[in-house]
Design a binder for this molecule. Structure first.
Ligand SMILES: Nc1nc2c(c(=O)[nH]1)N[C@H]1C(S)=C(S)[C@@H](COP(=O)(O)O)O[C@H]1N2
Ligand SMILES: [Mo]
Length: 321
């Protein structure tokens, strides 16, 4: 039940002939065969991936892009080789700033301005993130081999970042001494951010704090006078969810939800809240998360973000009978 998103047809990869190429500003360009990668020391991490366009269908007027509801998010345990181990074998040049990851999939870009002819799906990480020991070259998902849909034989896992950073069908890493300006982080998967008031195009990166209500679902009918378990998840990118609040009166009053389990870095935190509706009719539920440094969710979508980073508080209407 993990969402699947891809821009181009799923490439067919023959692992016997496949290898991970590492080139650019490195002292030893190399190709790592699949079996060699599998023999390297591995790590497993539970990581939440959210598509940067998740919740898009709640925006009005409608915006371009896949009209996701609340389902373009999932959490899995990913197993693979830390990216740093492969970068260390290649040896980084002294002035590296960006590391580019390219998938084997390709096709025509969708939105102008766009290059002429087919392109591969490719994105970069700034050196700071690329050197994090938590960025993985993953070959397993929940203990099973990656499926073709999820990137077989190898995908990047970038904990705390939106899904688009986790390049599937990874076949090439290019190390750069200047910032990468590829299509999927300048035209697409980029937003405007004001720097000293000047709108600046910046590539999407870290996930923004957000809570979602899983139950009740939009329009669900609930029995009056009986306890109902409002239930959902909250996540905060590279930092931690500290509090989730629930409103059952369209945002007029809020109460603390109970955070379940222990915090796991880069993973969503599940939460619950018991509600006993006393009045029949239409009610509007909301949830909002607060993280470290008081980071919380806006009440409406920030327009500079266009069709991405949709983390405003989402109303869930229900009918109490
Ligand atoms: N090679 C490649 N990697 C890709 C994509 C793609 O189209 N091609 N889509 C990205 C996007 S937008 C998302 S949200 C995630 C989705 O990962 P999933 O399909 O495993 O859920 O993969 C990312 N990695
Ligand atoms: Mo995405």
């Amino acid at each position: 039940r993990f969402y699947v998103r891809g821009h181009f047809p799923v490439p067919e990869v023959d692992v016997a002939r496949w290898g991970l190429r590492v080139e650019g500003a490195v002292t030893h360009p190399l190709t790592v065969p699949y079996e060699e990668l599998r023999a390297m020391p591995a790590r497993s991490l539970a990581v939440t991936l959210e598509c940067a366009g998740n919740s898009r269908s709640f925006l009005s007027p409608p915006v371009a892009g896949v009209p996701w509801g609340m389902g373009a998010i999932g959490t899995a345990e990913w197993t693979g080789v830390p990216l740093t181990a492969v970068l260390a074998r290649a040896g980084l040049a002294p002035d590296v700033v960006d590391v580019v990851f390219e998938g084997a999939d390709y096709g025509e870009a969708m939105t102008p301005p766009m290059p002429n002819g087919p392109i591969h799906f490719a994105r970069s990480l700034p050196l700071r993130k690329a050197l994090s020991p938590d960025v993985l070259l993953a070959y397993q998902m929940n203990g099973a081999e990656l499926s073709p849909d999820h990137g077989f034989p190898l995908r990047l896992i970038v904990p705390g970042w939106y899904g688009m950073a986790c390049i599937k069908w990874l076949h090439r890493i290019v190390v750069l001494e200047q910032p990468f300006q590829g299509y999927f982080q300048s035209v697409d998967y980029a937003i405007w951010e004001r720097q000293h008031g000047i709108p600046t195009r910046v590539p999407l990166g870290e996930m923004t704090i957000k809570a979602q209500i899983a139950r009740p679902y939009c329009g669900e009918a609930l029995p009056v006078g009986r306890p109902y378990r409002v239930f959902g998840a909250a996540w905060a990118g590279e930092s931690e969810v500290q509090q989730v609040e629930v409103s059952t009166d369209n945002g007029q009053s809020w109460s603390d939800a109970r955070l379940l389990g222990e915090p796991i870095p880069y993973s969503w935190r599940l939460w619950e809240h018991e509600w006993r509706p006393t009045q029949t009719g239409r009610h509007t539920l909301m949830a909002r998360a607060t993280g470290t440094q008081g980071r919380t969710q806006p009440l409406s979508h920030l327009l500079d973000r266009e069709n991405y980073v949709i983390n405003h508080v989402l109303p869930v209407p229900v009918e109490v009978r």
